[in-house]
Design a protein around this ligand. Structure first.
Ligand code: HMH
Length: 215
């Protein structure tokens, strides 16, 4: 059993919970209100900026030159997507601060790059790829014609061949890391994957609630 097959099985409950989130359902059927979407986009722009730094760190930690290239390309793409998608949706970037959930998620990912295991950090960023592909594909199947869909460009970005190729590479890297790792490290990889998956749920839920800091 490969790491990715195993971890996909183990994370079935959180995956189902993500599909059932009101934010995700509304994104799929186009009924999500603009205010919540704009909040999400603003937070996601902040997320992607920090996520890009995590990917760039992985590029530096990789020992395989192909891995270095992949993470560096992903970091560049994260910044490009942030600028493209978010420039179209979010007007007032300067006014936005990281929500508690956004800060917790990116801080968690960054912390994984300082704990001495490239494999565990790779497992931690994998849901960012895999869950978005899975959600994007599911929404595409239910959305139909994206050109007339309120959130068509969002769905199109993640239900996309180029994105699918990067998901496949990230999965292959994780599987290769797990193959060469001891059982204890593989367990830590599963925990990192599960934790990041939960943060993905929380990130959409925070957008639905338009989460704020206490004061
Ligand atoms: C929160 C979050 N996770 C993953 C992705 C996909 O890169 C994204 N744009 N935002």
């Amino acid at each position: 059993m490969t790491f990715t097959l195993d971890t996909w099985e183990r994370s079935r409950a959180i995956r189902t919970a993500i599909d059932e989130l009101p934010f995700v359902r509304g994104l799929g059927d186009g009924t999500l209100d603009r205010e919540r979407f704009t909040y999400y986009m603003a937070q996601d722009a902040l997320y992607l900026a920090d996520y890009a730094r995590v990917l760039a760190t992985l590029a530096g930690q990789a020992t395989d030159p192909d891995d270095t290239t992949f993470w560096a390309d992903s970091a560049r793409t994260a910044v490009a997507v942030e600028r493209e998608l978010h420039g179209a949706h979010v007007q007032d970037f300067a006014a936005v601060t990281r929500s508690p959930t956004c800060l917790a998620y990116t801080s968690y990912l960054a912390s994984l790059t300082t704990q001495g295991s490239y494999a565990v950090a790779v497992a931690g960023v994998l849901p960012c790829y895999w869950i978005y592909q899975d959600v994007g594909d599911a929404l595409l199947r239910s959305a139909g014609d994206l050109t007339t869909h309120a959130y068509g460009d969002w769905i199109g970005t993640y239900a996309d061949e180029a994105f699918a190729a990067s998901v496949a590479t990230a999965k292959a890297i994780a599987d290769r890391c797990a193959e060469g790792a001891c059982a204890e490290t593989v367990e830590r990889m599963h925990v990192a994957y599960a934790t990041a998956s939960r943060y993905e749920w929380m990130f959409w839920d925070a957008a639905w609630r338009q989460e704020t800091w206490p004061v």
